[in-house]
Design a protein around this ligand. Structure first.
Ligand code: GTP
Length: 412
């Protein structure tokens, strides 16, 4: 039997995803029509041997319960949400709930970061791990550019055995272009290594040199880095699509790839003109004269009126796009409304297509001159954009009723 653990952090994480994470926890933000971590759940549930999925985070249970109940029903697998009493870090939460992971004595468990998107090759990862008798952890790795690699966990591997000999999380200078994707298979014995790491943390805390929270542990720094060079840590390199979801811009990029990956879910019976790939929730109302796509997700209860054009965007539940409006490279929040003949447009922040292995640059909101970096346009929940206005590369916080056009601004 196998299990899976999904780490989702808490309200204090996902700050670069604001304002989209203000009303929906980032792990539940819909990408290609499914909450972000439903893609993880679906990948785990596809494996016959995976009998339980544990979601660990510090969001309150009330935020997660409905989702967990719905998922358990949909995928017929045991799913539980385990709430950390405080943010314990990527390793602390897992260690705190170790008895829940061990219960039923699974052969191994998958560990997935909730903020990555991928074509998760879990079966291959499991087979790879199974073949290494000493392996405690197998990391799914991918190639990055030399320049971008330093923003990730970097690994050096033995070419034959694929044993990780060196692991550095976000190094100061170049180490390797093989990076950690935040997707792992772990044997239960890894909890012994975690117990040692935990003991060291406690010793440091009581001698006055440690983290202010003694339960805090970093999976990458306190567990993976010390395991490197012991022949207990392995990396399986994949070439499948993979990306982190950190900024709102990366949601548009992830949306495109998940739509492409799950063509079975994309829209085939819409009455309007559809340029694939497009997801339209069955409860959305779309005028036949609208043109939607490519790479658009339309949420539940959305109304799209005559002559509307939408591409490369996500429109969240119950939003209204009025006659002849255009929406491009944008996220339209829940219950928001775009007036007729208005133009809501952002700038894509995709990986450089001319650089092999390039990943999304999660550029900060502002450049060094203090100016807003061009990015997708975001309308927070219940924002109203009046008719005949232009909104370009802007972020509008929830509930704002705009009265004019804006370019390159954050509207509070
Ligand atoms: P950043 O660039 O700071 O975001 O670092 P990162 O890309 O290395 O991500 P990080 O290590 O912060 O998070 C990896 C995954 O673990 C994400 O899915 C987070 O939501 C999750 N995570 C981070 N901190 C915690 C925590 O304290 N508890 C739990 N349960 N999950 C966490």
């Amino acid at each position: 039997m196998l299990k899976a653990v999904i780490l989702i952090g808490g309200p204090q994480k996902g700050t670069r995803f604001r304002p989209l994470s203000l009303d929906t926890p980032k792990p539940l933000f819909p990408i290609a029509g499914l909450p972000l971590i439903q893609h993880h759940i679906e990948a785990c549930a596809k494996l016959e041997a995976c009998k339980e999925i544990l979601i660990i985070g510090s969001y309150t249970t009330s935020h997660m319960q409905q989702f967990v109940t719905d998922m358990a029903k949909e995928y017929h697998v045991i799913i539980r949400y385990l709430q950390e009493f405080t943010a314990l870090g990527t390793g602390g939460g897992l260690y705190h709930f170790r008895d829940q992971v061990r219960a039923g004595n699974p052969t191994a468990f998958f560990l997935l970061n909730g903020d990555v998107c991928a074509d998760f090759p879990l079966k291959d990862l499991w087979h790879f791990h199974e073949e290494k008798p000493n392996a405690l952890v197998t990391i799914m790795g991918t190639e990055a550019t030399r320049q971008q690699s330093v923003h990730y966990g970097c690994m050096v591997c033995e070419s034959g055995s694929k044993s990780v000999t060196h692991y550095v999380e976000k190094p100061n200078s170049y180490v390797s272009t093989l990076i950690n994707c935040g997707v792992y298979v772990c044997s239960l014995q890894v909890f012994h290594t975690m117990a040692d790491a935990f003991q060291k943390k406690q010793d440091r805390f009581y001698s006055g040199n440690g983290h202010s929270n003694p339960g805090y542990m970093s999976w990458e720094q306190d567990v993976l880095a010390p395991l490197a060079g012991t022949n207990k840590l392995y990396a399986m390199q994949v070439n499948n699509w993979w990306s982190q979801v950190k900024t709102a811009g990366s949601a548009i990029y992830a949306n495109r790839h998940y739509l492409e990956l799950h063509k079975e879910r994309t829209c085939t019976n819409a009455t309007c003109t559809v340029l694939p790939d497009v997801f339209v929730h069955p409860t959305a109302t779309v005028d036949p004269t609208a043109v939607i796509g490519p790479n658009v997700s339309i949420g539940a209860g959305v109304t799209i009126k005559a002559g509307v054009r939408i591409k490369e965007s996500i429109v969240l539940n119950n939003a209204t796009i009025n006659e002849h409006a255009l929406v491009m490279y944008s996220v339209v929040g829940q219950e928001a409304s775009v007036g007729e003949w208005s133009r809501v447009e952002g700038t894509p922040s995709d990986p450089d297509p001319n650089k092999p292995f390039a990943k999304m640059d999660n550029t900060p909101l502002f450049n060094t001159d203090g100016r807003l970096n061009p990015s997708i346009t975001i309308l927070g929940a219940s924002v109203v954009v009046p008719a005949e206005t232009i909104l370009l590369n802007s972020i509008v916080l929830p509930h704002k009723h705009l009265t004019r056009s804006f370019k390159h601004e954050i509207i509070l």
